[in-house]
Design a protein around this ligand. Structure first.
Ligand code: FAD
Length: 500
């Protein structure tokens, strides 16, 4: 072991028998392989792509979509070693305690464990992202000392909180997990990384109780099998659903799909542009709101977030509000600012206006889902069809947070907010997305509500685990990757115990 193997050179008919097969060499698969380096387990990592982008391999990600506007499936992720970290933005933030809780206003909410179950994995997850010291909101004291005060919002539901960035190695690029960790993977003696190795089927045993074999195919026509003791599916949320649904030779509904949940509850973070215009009466806004700043061993940026107390009291979901670009107000806008400033007794002669962006959580929806399509890809696998939906209630709830921010600005006499999006069409026309695919194999202790259990093991199957944001039952508004890695490291610990 301890090698990178080009699967196009593996003779057809070969059978490989490791202890563990990890399917997918994105941040999750790579982090798990690194975490299992010191274990006695023989691990194979099966990665569809090579070391760089290849259009023919990328085309295996094509699919179709109906319903609300969404991104093109082959453009919203990347299929080679390092996965979508090859073009991620590097924004990081751990989820909040409340994101794990059952909430009466949030259907299907409640993770099987609280945030404290993940806390011990964040330092390592963070260092894998090369995101510097784990400061986040605790870094505010250094940021303000160095760069200026936070917006004086006074008492209320919205506060300044902090992102960090995976940009410690260079000032411009976040960590690309494939490039960054290839040499570390090569050094692991109990690991073999197969590149150009597409898993096309999760093969159940005759009883349908465990995964007996994986079919692997290359675009050059080679076909071989892997017969592992256990399997971790780390292909990202879209492909995890596809592989499970398409592996339907023994059980027609697909692997792990006894309760028709696989592919359902798909989610992403809507990131509407220009949701509101922020006017700061005295024109002074510290630079960390608009761009990343180096602070005390981390690269940080401030956002405006609803507090956990406000989320509870006003039944709103998670969100983050970011200050984007400076904007010029028209004459009517300027007059409104002057009138508002006069009404609260401050001078607005130097007022500055900014466009606000956002990242929103959406309500879990079983009908926002993937199904298999009739078309097939170059390896004969059915493509996916996305049925996209987004509820008006999600926009309405986020507007409540914006309104609270506007109220606080006026009460504290710091500024005002103009809400720019009113109708459903306004919202849909302004929508962009985080490219954060979540929810297609949701986690719940009850097999009727979840595909995987609290250990990320597929209910009713002895040896199939799913690692990635597909297991998120609810989504929060935090950028997912550092949270996924914490979950993956926890799974690696679990596998070390159960597979030894
Ligand atoms: C444009 C963009 C910007 C983003 N920005 C951020 C950000 O700022 N912050 C953040 O937290 N997150 C961000 N993300 C999301 C982040 O990239 C993902 O959370 C992360 O990559 C998920 O890691 P993963 O390993 O679960 O899946 P992926 O990165 O999707 O990796 C899956 C891997 O599995 C392989 N694979 C797929 N199917 C098969 C198969 N059948 N057989 C074998 N291998 C297979 C793929 O080739 C790929 O390498 C962004 C994503 C995009 C697209």
């Amino acid at each position: 072991m301890g090698a990178f193997i080009d699967a196009r050179n593996v003779p057809s008919g070969t059978v490989i028998k490791p202890d563990l097969a990890i399917i997918g060499g994105g941040p999750v698969g790579i982090s798990m392989a690194l975490a299992l380096a010191a274990s006695p387990l023989h691990v194979v990592l099966l990665e569809s792509g090579g070391m760089t982008f290849d259009a023919k391999i990328q085309a295996l990600y094509e699919g179709s979509k109906v319903g609300a506007p969404y991104l093109t499936l082959e453009a919203t992720r990347l299929r080679y070693l390092g996965g979508s970290s090859n073009h991620w933005g590097g924004w990081c933030r751990p989820m909040d305690e409340i994101d794990f809780e059952e909430r009466t206003w949030m259907p299907y909410s409640g993770w099987p464990f609280g945030k404290k179950e993940l806390n011990r994995f964040f330092v390592k997850a963070h260092s894998l992202c090369e995101a510097g010291a784990l400061l986040y909101d605790g870094g505010q004291k250094w940021a303000t000392k160095q760069l200026g005060p936070v917006l004086p919002l006074g008492e209320g539901g919205v506060t300044t909180r902090w992102f960090q960035f995976s940009k410690m190695r260079s000032s411009t690029l976040p960590t690309h997990f494939g490039d960054r960790y290839a040499d570390d993977l090569r050094r692991i003696r109990n690991l073999a990384v197969y590149l150009h190795a597409n898993v096309t089927r999760l093969g159940l045993d005759g009883a349908g109780a465990k995964i007996a074999e994986l079919d692997v195919a290359t675009l050059s026509g080679r076909k071989f099998k892997v017969k592992p003791k256990a399997v971790v599916l780390a292909t990202g949320a879209v492909e995890a659903a596809r592989l499970m649904l398409a592996s339907n030779d023994i059980i027609p509904a697909g692997v792990g799909n006894t309760h028709d949940l696989v592919g359902r509850f798909f989610a992403d973070h809507p990131t509407p542009r220009d949701t509101a215009t922020l006017v700061v009466f005295d024109g002074k806004l510290s630079p960390f709101y608009q761009s990343n700043k180096s602070v005390h061993g981390a690269i940080m940026r401030a956002g405006l977030f609803p507090s956990e107390a406000f989320r509870r009291s006003h039944a709103v979901m998670a969100s983050s509000i970011t200050v984007e670009s400076k904007v010029e107000l028209d004459d009517l806008g300027k007059a409104a600012v002057e009138a508002a400033a006069a009404a609260v007794g401050v001078d607005a002669g130097d007022a500055q206006a900014y466009s606000l962006g956002a990242g929103m959580e959406v309500t879990p929806d079983p009908d926002r889902r993937f199904t298999l399509d009739t078309e097939r890809d170059a390896l004969g696998m059915p493509k996916l069809k996305l049925h996209m939906r987004i509820a008006d209630a999600d926009f309405a709830r986020f507007r409540q947070t914006l309104k609270e921010l506007g109220r606080q600005l006026l009460v504290s006499r710091a500024g005002l907010l103009r809400l720019n999006l009113v109708t459903r069409d306004d919202w849909l026309n302004s929508l962009d997305w985080g490219n954060h695919h979540m929810g297609t194999t949701r986690m719940d202790a009850d097999p009727r509500r979840g595909v995987v259990d609290a250990n990320l093991k597929v209910h009713d199957l002895a040896n199939l685990y799913v690692a990635g944001s597909s297991v998120f039952p609810t989504y929060g508004a935090a950028n997912p990757t550092v949270n996924i890695l914490a979950l993956a490291l926890r799974l690696a610990d679990h596998l070390k115990k159960v597979l030894r």
